[in-house]
Design a protein around this ligand. Structure first.
Ligand code: SF4
Length: 693
């Protein structure tokens, strides 16, 4: 019944980086249903997750009381039944639990590491990184950006001087050509995908490049289903044609870039006729794509984790940046570089400094001036000038005995880390693990202290979407039982660890963030409350923000962006006789990341209740498996059994596996080898053996 509510609250969808604004219809402290409202990113639209995936917040598995591991609990492992918490944990008061959490952390300096969350607000991310840096004197703090776009950010920082998108995805309405590469927005950024489809209806040319035949291909003018892991050869071949046929923008290159001669010379080694054998795309198609992109009046490039999650992820992004620079498709309406962000606040959490090499606003921890500016505001404690460890490195450091205690807020490394048994063993090995979350996640199974937190629709705070739009999130309901907002918990813990913190509200935190974050210039709490959203950079107190940036130069030396040539690097785990196929992992429309929320959502779980993988029908026939039958997937890390679907869009030598299902956890199989720049694991390529189960 559309009248079955007595309050409407405007907030932001808690799932993907599109950042759709929502109207929550509330009655009796329950969200009854959700409508899309006219936010700048969604213009009233919502996907199935935003519309139907809200009810997890009322699930009976919500954590409602602080918990402390019992002294006589069974050994730590993935062995806690949410219906039988009492065998492993005892309920505690907040004072008792916070004392226990703090006592296991304080005074341990470099033995402590922290994972914050891209699902928390900007203010919570800021407090979390400050707590680790100020409280323990080092930078061992990271979050899931390490697993999604760390390599994209590394390449953007290196060559453009800024880690954020240069243009909003809505700018596609001003483009005549767009490349979408290594991304499946139809499932992962569904509302953004609707704008991409509209673009093609208006006659825009959409070039889709992906080893899987992803959902946008029906709308594409060019479909390049290239061999997995061959991005650099394909992109260099396209750029080779642009050089050979002199389709590049000489004026733009001279005015705004550096290192062109080196790039040009390097590209001579990648003729499309030679690269066609490597990437599996005919030379004439590569030439046509090069001409189409270079001759466009305005062209954009969008990419996702198919680009970033490789040991050559930074090189992949370097190529995309070079392609935009050489054609001058950057800094004007309808042009630009746009890595599609995953989580609803992964942009904001990164901006807020939840990364081991940067203080807020990507200011290097190694810069004395930066540290002293933060010290002016933070006062107590020294800020370390040494870069900290990243997500995967932290788990290795636990195994090495360097890290012995962790504080994990809203992240689930027991499901999301590559080679996840290695991560689970590390969690079990910790002396002290504090987990702050809304459910007993797989990671919370290993906790010594569990602090019950708030879901996104239960708290106040700002989030920043893939478009650099800072939006106000508002609480619609109160947290269940004794659960608290995350910022309050972090503040209480920091105080118990001896920090002299005085924050009364998220607004106090936001006001402090503004002191050292130029990105927030002209964005005030009052504006966000009144306008719901302001995009950075905002040039004045009335400017809604700039959708396209870098029209007159880049935030690098002399205002010039840089070409960084990229060479071919083979994937780390190459197929052989024992593991002859290629495994790639990702998300599917109905489930979100490790499934902790969407698998507790009635509608979403009803649509996709079972762990599954996708194989080409010919591969299934060869294996003697009917669609819906079970297969066993084995890599050098481990094995799982999972239901197989037939999917003509996947190459016969590939298998696609979503990572949301604990009963067939994809990351038991994945490779922890890291990109040397972004330190991102190679989730998108593992050698695998597929057998009938
Ligand atoms: Fe939420 Fe993303 Fe769907 Fe929008 S597109 S409703 S932000 S999951």
């Amino acid at each position: 019944d559309s009248k079955d509510f007595d309050e409407e609250v405007r907030s932001v969808c808690p799932f993907c980086g599109v950042g759709c604004q929502v109207s929550l219809k509330v009655k009796d402290n329950k969200v009854k249903y959700v409508d899309g409202v006219n936010g700048p990113a969604n213009e009233g639209r919502l996907c199935v997750k935003g519309r139907f995936g809200f009810d997890y917040i009322h699930h009976p598995h919500r954590l409602t009381k602080p918990l402390i591991r019992r002294e006589d609990a069974p050994a730590k492992g993935l062995n806690v039944d949410p219906g039988d918490l009492a065998s492993h944990f005892r309920e505690a008061t907040w004072d008792e639990a916070l004392d226990a959490a703090a006592n296991g952390l304080k005074g341990r300096g470099r033995e402590v590491a922290g994972f914050g969350s891209a699902k928390c607000t900007n203010e919570e991310a800021y407090l979390f990184q400050k707590f680790i840096r100020q409280g323990f004197g080092h930078n061992n703090v990271d979050h899931c950006t390490r697993l999604c776009h760390a390599s994209s950010v590394a390449a953007l920082m290196e060559n453009v001087g800024s880690g954020a998108v240069t243009a909003t995805f809505n700018e596609i309405e001003n483009a005549d050509v767009a490349i979408v590469i290594g991304a499946n927005p139809v499932e992962n950024h569904p509302v953004a995908a609707t704008f991409f489809k509209q673009f093609t209806k208006r006659g825009g040319k959409l070039i889709v490049m992906d080893p899987r035949g992803v959902g946008l291909k029906r709308h594409a003018s060019h479909r390049l289903q290239f061999r997995p892991g061959t991005d650099v050869s394909m992109l260099n071949a396209i750029m080779h044609v642009i050089v050979e046929e002199e389709l590049y923008d000489r004026q733009y290159i001279e005015a705004f870039t550096e290192n062109w001669d080196a790039e040009k010379a390097h590209l001579a080694n990648f003729p499309p006729e030679k690269m066609a054998e490597v990437c599996g795309i005919e030379a004439e198609v590569l030439r046509d794509v090069a001409r189409t992109f270079a001759r466009a009046k305005a062209a954009m490039i969008f990419w996702g984790m198919g680009i970033s999650q490789h040991i050559h992820g930074t090189d992949n992004s370097r190529c995309l940046i070079s392609l935009a620079l050489m054609t001058g498709h950057i800094g004007r309406p309808g042009t630009g570089l746009h890595p599609l962000r995953g989580q609803n606040n992964v942009q904001g959490a990164s901006d807020a400094g939840l990364i081991p090499m940067f203080l807020p606003d990507y200011q290097s921890v190694e810069d004395d001036g930066v540290r002293s500016a933060f010290h002016e505001v933070w006062r107590d404690g020294e800020i370390s000038g040494q870069k900290g460890l990243t997500v995967v490195e932290i788990m290795d450091a636990v195994h090495d005995g360097q890290i012995k205690a962790m504080y994990i807020l809203g992240e689930n490394p027991a499901m999301s880390d590559p080679d996840v048994e290695h991560a689970r063993d590390a969690l079990a090995k910790l002396d002290h693990l504090v987990v702050q979350d809304i459910f007993l996640t797989e990671t919370a199974n290993y906790a010594d202290v569990i602090l019950p937190a708030s879901a996104f629709y239960e708290k106040t705070g700002t989030v920043t979407n893939t478009n650099r739009q800072v939006q106000m999130g508002r609480p619609a309901v109160t947290p269940p039982g004794e659960a608290r907002e995350d910022w309050e918990i972090t503040v209480a813990l920091a105080k118990r660890c001896g920090l002299n913190w005085h924050y009364e509200s998220p607004r106090d935190v936001f006001d402090e963030m503004k002191l050292n974050m130029n990105s927030l210039a002209n964005i005030t709490w009052e504006r966000l409350e009144a306008e719901n959203v302001v995009m950075y950079p905002a040039l004045s107190e009335t400017d809604p923000g700039q959708p396209v940036v870098f029209g007159d130069g880049f935030p690098r030396a002399e205002g010039r962006a840089k070409f960084t040539p990229a060479s071919i690097v083979a994937p780390d785990d190459v197929p052989d006789a024992d593991y002859p196929m290629i495994l790639t992992t990702g998300r599917q429309l109905e489930h979100w990341h490790t499934g902790s929320m969407t698998r507790r959502s009635l509608v979403l779980d009803a649509v996709e209740p079972e762990a599954n993988c996708s194989l080409h029908p010919a591969t299934l026939r060869k294996l003697g498996v009917e669609p819906g039958g079970m297969v066993r997937l084995t890599t050098k890390r481990g094995a799982i059994t999972v239901m197989a679907r037939a999917d003509r869009a996947i190459a016969p030598d590939m298998v696609f596996l979503p990572f949301a299902y604990v009963e067939a956890a994809a990351n038991i199989l994945t490779n922890p080898a890291l990109d040397p720049y972004g330190k991102i694991p190679e989730f998108k390529f593992s050698a695998v053996r597929v057998e009938k189960a």
